[in-house]
Design a protein around this ligand. Sequence first.
Ligand code: B12
Length: 174
Amino acid sequence: MRGVTTETPPGALPERTKPLVLISTVASDAHTWNLVFLQLLVEELGHPVVNLGPCVPEELLAQACREHRPDLLVMSSVNGHGFRDGLSAIRHLRAQPDLDPFPAAIGGKLSTSDSDDPERVRELVEAGFDAVFMDGSAAVSTFRRFLASVERPTGVHPPQHRQWTVPLSGKAAP
Ligand code: B12
């Protein structure tokens, strides 16, 4: 699945009539159906997708961002290490001097807790995520609206995306 897009011939950058979405997970996460689900969802909404597949090391993620110049990075993790590994991944990305800031979101089962953890969500946002979609009934519908709000070319890190934070309860969509 690594580096695969369903719309683009090998070696060519996808046609960008809509924002290019790079889908990834964290280094520790071997789950794949969450990534397939996201790819199908994002493609259904008309976006070209590059899906890096499971267990993506931070440097590979940074390299993929250099190669594809995504308009949006969407990370998914469900193995329970998403908070820790997502934090590390976004810090690594935001520390790359040759990568202009671009919108980034993370979602899934980011911890093994069922309760809200606004402090950890805040940490992810402060580290550089523009949106955090905790598992819950509202996550996917809120994500669809978030995606619709991302326009290309971005070039800058739009601060307005910071409002798209869905707590564990799945309530509180903007
Ligand atoms: C299949 C599976 C596996 C398979 C994965 C095979 C594969 N090729 O994918 C295998 C056996 C390898 C596996 C391994 C492990 N697994 Co597992 N696995 C599952 C299982 C049964 C189904 C996951 C799945 O495919 N779901 C289908 C996809 C489509 O749905 P999803 O992943 O839930 O994603 C949905 C949402 O989370 C959301 N979403 C996800 N990402 C994002 C991102 C955004 C932006 C948005 C908006 C929404 C969103 O949308 C999706 C559709 O609704 C779940 C339990 C379950 N019933 O969910 C456990 C589960 C995910 N696994 C779990 C665990 C703990 C593990 C292991 C650590 C077990 C172990 N001790 O070894 C390892 C981890 C391995 C690793 N390195 O990551 C836990 C995670 C605990 C947590 N987060 O609280 C779960 C929840 C089981 C449990 N109840 O304990 N697993």
